[in-house]
Design a protein around this ligand. Structure first.
Ligand code: COA
Length: 254
């Protein structure tokens, strides 16, 4: 099973569970996660949603092989359904990160409401080195959180982000020992069981309303560029190099 969904004590838990491939996410997995969000939305017993991975890996991001073979065809593709479900979730979404959070693994955190990570976490958004560009508003939300020049280091140069730096950059709430992260995130999520749900939903909506329209515009703009780049020769070279375990050679591209 690659995604496990279960609701325990008011928390809809979504576990990315494909450790043999470092939790790389396929289209089928995005669909399962989108379905889990829809079920949590409809379940009055679920007061909050928790996303997490394994003790040593959150996710290696999009499954590169799946991406090459089945690039998202349009805005109805499973990856969009998942990110829409996350971005428009009315209930609070909490993420618990251990290990690497690559690409969409970091992007999705900027759409969560609370993010906790282990001191072994490493965040990265290597879109440019993959011949791609940012997606799902990371080109907007990253500078909004961390400032333009920091965002350039992370998105244009693709520099990794340590756990402490992620807190400084305001994309993570708190760093914890690896064994404590998921338990702490569950406790935080369970606090919503004691709060009035309509007030929680209204407050979440209001907190995010200031940049909602801008976010939607950027997502559409990025999707347009990303879709073209995913089919480009630059991306093909980058993806092939990853599976051939060699450095990509972009010298032939103008
Ligand atoms: N897509 C498909 N397969 C992936 C993957 C991905 N994004 N990330 C890892 N895997 C696979 C590897 O191919 C390998 O498979 P194999 O055992 O059949 O050869 C397996 O998962 C283990 O990966 P490996 O690279 O050996 O693990 P590691 O611990 O040395 O490194 C990462 C972990 C996450 C740093 C590294 O796998 C990585 O950089 N992955 C690619 C991240 C990426 O570019 N994501 C896309 C962002 S848009």
């Amino acid at each position: 099973m690659s995604v496990l969904a279960t609701t325990v004590n008011g928390v809809a838990r979504i576990e990315i569970a494909r450790p043999e491939k470092k939790n790389a996410i396929t289209a089928a997995m995005y669909q399962l996660m989108a379905d889990a969000f829809a079920a949590a939305h409809d379940d009055p017993a679920a007061r909050a949603i928790l996303i997490y991975g394994q003790n040593d890996i959150f996710t290696a991001g999009n499954d590169l092989e799946d991406f090459l073979k089945n690039p998202p065809a349009d805005m109805n593709a499973p990856v969009f359904q998942f990110m829409q479900a996350l971005g428009y979730a009315e209930k609070p979404v909490i993420a618990a990160v251990n290990g690497a959070a690559v690409g969409i693994g970091t992007t999705m955190l900027m759409h969560c409401d609370l993010v906790y990570c282990a001191d072994n976490s490493i965040f990265s958004m290597p879109f440019v080195s993959l011949g791609l560009c940012p997606e799902f508003a990371s080109s907007f939300l990253m500078p909004l959180n961390a400032g333009y020049h920091k965002a350039v280091e992370k998105l244009l140069l693709g520099d990794p982000i340590s756990a402490d730096e992620a807190v400084e950059m305001k994309i993570v709430n708190r760093v914890l020992p690896p064994d404590d992260v998921v338990d702490f995130a569950i406790k935080q999520a369970e606090r919503f069981n004691l709060l009035p749900p309509a007030s929680v939903r209204a407050t979440k909506r209001l907190l995010r309303s200031g940049w909602k329209t801008a976010t939607e515009k950027v997502i559409a703009d990025e999707a347009n560029s990303f879709g073209q780049m995913l089919r480009s020769a630059e991306a093909k070279e980058a993806f092939t190099a990853f599976f051939e375990r060699r450095k990509p050679d972009f010298s032939k591209f103008a």
